[in-house]
Structure formats: C-alpha cells, structure tokens
Design a binder for this molecule. Sequence first.
Ligand code: SF4
Length: 331
Amino acid sequence: MKINNIIQDTFGRKHDYLRISMTDKCNFRCFYCMPDEKLSFYPNSKLMSADELLNIAKTFVSLGVKKIRLTGGEPLLRKDAREIISRLSNLPIELAITSNGYLLDEYMELFKEIGLQSVNVSLDTLDADKFFNITKRDYLGKVLSNIKLFIDNGFRIKVNMVALKDVNIHEIPDFIEWTRNEEVHVRFIEFMPFNGNSWDFSKIVSYKEILKIVEGNFEYDRIEDAKNDTAKNFRIKGGKGTFAVISSVTDSFCGSCNRIRLTADGRIKNCLFSNNELDLLTAYRKGEDIEQLIFQNIESKFKERGGLPEFEDIKKEEDLGKGRCMFAIGG
Ligand code: SF4
C-alpha cells in the first residue's frame, strides 16, 4: 500500500531504499557467493536493458524511493554500466554502489562528475594468498590500491568483510587497525545462508564474538548509527575511520527494514531471504502496470527473514526453500 506517497508493508515499515542488481555476472568467484559447480548466468535477453532498468527505477522513485544502491554480481562489469549510472544519477535520489573494487579506478572520474560518493567494496582478507583462496583471483593489490585511490580522492569507502570462523576471523584486528590512520569504514558481516554457499550456523563469527575480539585488542567507543542503518558502528580511540558489525544472523534488524530488491532479471524481492518474487520485467515488456505488482509484493512481506525459520534452526539447504544464490541477488 502507498501511504503519504511511500510504499509501506503491513507492519508499517516504509520502503524508500532500492537495491538494484545490474547483472548476475562477476569477475571474481568468491566461494561463499558463487558455488563451485557449473554456473549458468542469465542471457542478455533475460536481463533488464538500460532503458528498462531506468524506467522501472523511475516507477520506484515515483513511489517514494529515495536511495538506490547498485549491486551485482559485479555491477561495473556491465558494458553499459557508465550509461546506466549516469542516467540514474539524474533521478532525485542518493545513488550508491557496491563493487568488488577491481574496476573502480575506471569509474572514479564519472563518480566525481555525478556526485556518487558512497562506495562499498567487498573485501574479506588483507592476505594475498587467502584472497586467492577466497576469490580464485590474484587481484588483492589492485583492489587495495583502488580503495586507497578513492579514499585519497575524498570518497566515503566502506569495506564489507564477511567474517568466517575458519577463514579470516584472525584478521579482524588487522581490519580494525586499518581504521586507525585511514578514513576507511570497515563492516564485519555475519555469514548468511543462501542456496549453494554451504552455510552452517557454526561457521559464522557472531556480533558478540567480534566485540570480544575487539575488546581484547582496542579501546573503542560506540558511535551513532544512521537511520535504518543495518550496521552497529564503533570507532577505536583516535581512529580516523570506523568499524561496524552487520549482525543479520544473531541480532537481526528486520524491524526497521526499508529495503526492496530488484534482481538483474527484473524481479522484485521484498526481502533478502524471501523466495516470494514477482516478475516486473515481463509485465513491463507487455506494457502492463507494474505499480500494483510492487504493492502486492511489499504487502506480502514477512515480519522477518523473509519467513525463514530462526537461523539456528536452518540445518540443511532445503530449509532455505527454492531461493537464489547470493550472486543472483546482489546482497
Ligand atoms: S532479513 Fe529481510 S526483512 Fe530482515 S532486514 Fe534483511 S531484507 Fe529486511
């Protein structure tokens, strides 16, 4: 339903933040996002074209969306990414992007031109060998130099690190130390269950565990969170940057959820974990009204976790239902 020109669900949550996956393709192969088995990507005919993406986004903006974050796969891999980003920047919204950082330098001047300031970079380790093990790519140097380039050019860089028990838990202090002399905003994300990522509750590093590690190494302060922020924010004493925890699994934030997702193949998802999608693209291509589909989808939104059971009770992949892999959602 639309109240005061904003999309609202049956729990009274106002939805003004749209995350658009521009493509399901990526030049990295992170094991917790892209399962090993043979991957199949959407043919271009199934992806929203630049015009379709723009017009569907305009509909959401007319329904009260104020912020759009571009995700993927890797959004900057799209050949028409420059065109899409430029045209979206003309809408009355805050535009932001999440990238794996590899191609960022090629877009810095464009971002400056259009005033895109908020860039999130996914980075799970500061160790080159571990980077290769996680992503199957030898690109750590390029990603780190692009992060430095953007910080030095005044961009607000958030680094998203998926904290994993047997992979990078010991690097948490290194990431926090990075915030002492660099204006970088590190966010530790609890590992979330998606189809194909062999998730198990025992693999997550919880919010409490992360704070225990911090307490053992740093003096720090809790700082104010932004409105609807999914992160709990902190700063070490005298730190230039900040660190935060996104506790989707052990301390979720569904109560203030304002997020809607649009997948690269033009389907609306009212929650990261919801399997209840509606196909806006096909309706749009038939010249049908997509507003009703948007309201219908948001009205069917569950109170939390897209109707999934408590995460502790997710024991096997079937418990997730017929969902998507992470790379086909865009986080
Ligand atoms: S789990 Fe779903 S409802 Fe909860 S915060 Fe995430 S997207 Fe929103």
